[in-house]
Design a protein around this ligand. Structure first.
Ligand SMILES: Cc1ncc(COP(=O)(O)O)c(C=O)c1O
Length: 389
């Protein structure tokens, strides 16, 4: 570990809490049974499964039997979108989503279009927000599903879920609402019953849990077609031997992240605002892409230094042990500009100069101070170098 380091790429993934790593190791070594086995080792694993399900359900304020464990946020999104659309096709073939969703939501919608569904893709405003009135305007008598993310993973815009749900359900109570809450779980208040959400996707590795584990909340009477076929695990909706160490790790990470959530999220918001202010004071031409600093997610912001390429700044910061990204991790190797930033209709040099900064509960004020100083030095040096060419 270097003396000074600032990991600011927590939207891509987070460091596992030490308690979570210890818990998973002990489950793997000592409680290694198959939760379906009838003997003691099986019951031990089954108890961990039930307790973990209760933990996630309690945080969301829902019933345990409404939680389906998956291999992560991508699977939860695929299961929700493909599963609800295919299972409910008799009621209609029209679906609504937005152009700024994560690839694991957009991919299933593209697939459903090939299967004969019609999809309306809504555009955000300049802050990355979806107007509830636009969602209602897109509804048709054939609409069966609306899927809208909570916090955008690239720019941190927070969608007005309760207003969207209320507006949609007022028009047609039967339309299902799915929410990708991967970036908001344990950061913002999230109660599917209060928000009027029928299905909600979660991922463990964004909350200091393990990679490859997630969950889908599915309201009890919503019909869903599974993606896999086989055993009776997860009520037959997600067959496959349960990943007990991962599930135990996810539950513990969620419990720890949810403790004093409000205070921790406020602290993150303050750190975020401090970092943005420090950068904008030193570089008044830096452009914030997405919501204003006091709005938006407590942990994500996106900034461009016009005239500098995001990737060049990223690698220069890496030399100082500061880790950020140019966009979503799943598109990091793509040459095309991010679909989210394109939807904000940014100028070309703003698009090319975009950098995403994302904090977590493990970042300290000292790290943020260090990052602010180094970012300012690095950007000044790059601009000087650019001017000389
Ligand atoms: C908003 C959002 N949805 C879904 C996912 C996919 O989650 P996972 O990496 O667990 O498959 C991510 C991960 O980057 C995300 O940010």
């Amino acid at each position: 570990m270097f003396a000074q380091e600032a990991y600011l790429d927590n939207s891509a993934t987070t460091r596992v809490y030490p308690e979570v790593a210890a818990e998973m190791q002990q489950v793997m070594e000592k409680k290694y049974g198959n939760a379906s086995s009838l003997h003691r080792r099986g019951s031990e694993a089954e108890r961990i499964l039930h307790a973990s399900r209760r933990t996630i359900a309690k945080i969301l304020g829902v019933k345990s039997e409404e939680i389906i464990f998956t291999s992560g946020g991508t699977e939860a999104n695929n299961l929700a979108v493909l599963g609800m659309a295919r299972r409910n096709i008799r009621r209609g073939n029209h679906l609504i989503t937005t152009v700024i969703e994560h690839a694991s939501v957009l991919g299933p919608f593209k697939k459903l279009e090939q299967e004969g569904f019609t999809v309306s893709y809504l555009l955000p405003d300049k802050q990355g927000l979806i107007d509830p009135a636009k969602v209602v305007a897109a509804l048709t008598p054939q609409t069966i599903l609306v899927s809208i993310m909570h916090i955008n993973n690239e720019i941190g815009s927070v969608q007005p879920l309760s207003q969207i749900s209320a507006a949609v359900k007022a028009k047609n109570q039967a339309v299902l609402l799915h929410v990708d809450a991967v970036q908001s779980f344990c950061k913002l208040p999230l109660n599917p019953v209060e928000h009027g959400i029928d299905a909600l996707s979660l991922s463990a590795h964004k909350i200091h849990g393990p990679k490859g584990t997630g969950a889908l909340y599915l309201r009890r009477d919503v019909l869903l077609q599974p993606l896999f076929w086989g055993g009776e695990h997860e009520k037959g909706l997600r067959p496959g031997t349960e990943n007990i160490p991962g599930i135990a790790g996810m539950a513990l990470a969620a419990r720890l992240s949810d403790q004093n959530r409000k205070e921790k999220a406020d602290r993150l918001q303050n750190l975020k605002e401090k970092l943005i202010s420090a950068i904008q004071t030193a570089h008044p031409r830096a452009i914030l892409n997405g919501p204003r600093k006091e709005e938006g997610a407590p942990h994500i912001f996106n900034l461009s230094f016009p005239g500098l390429k995001g990737e060049i700044v990223l690698h220069a910061l890496e030399q100082e042990h500061i880790y950020v990204s140019t966009g979503a991790a799943c598109h990091a190797h793509s040459k095309n500009p991010s679909h989210v930033l394109q939807a904000l209709q940014l100028k070309q040099d703003t698009l090319e100069g975009a950098l995403r900064f994302s904090l977590s509960y493990l970042n300290t004020a000292a790290e943020v101070d260090y990052a602010a100083t180094k970012i300012n030095e690095v950007v000044h040096a790059l601009k000087k170098f650019q001017a000389r060419r």
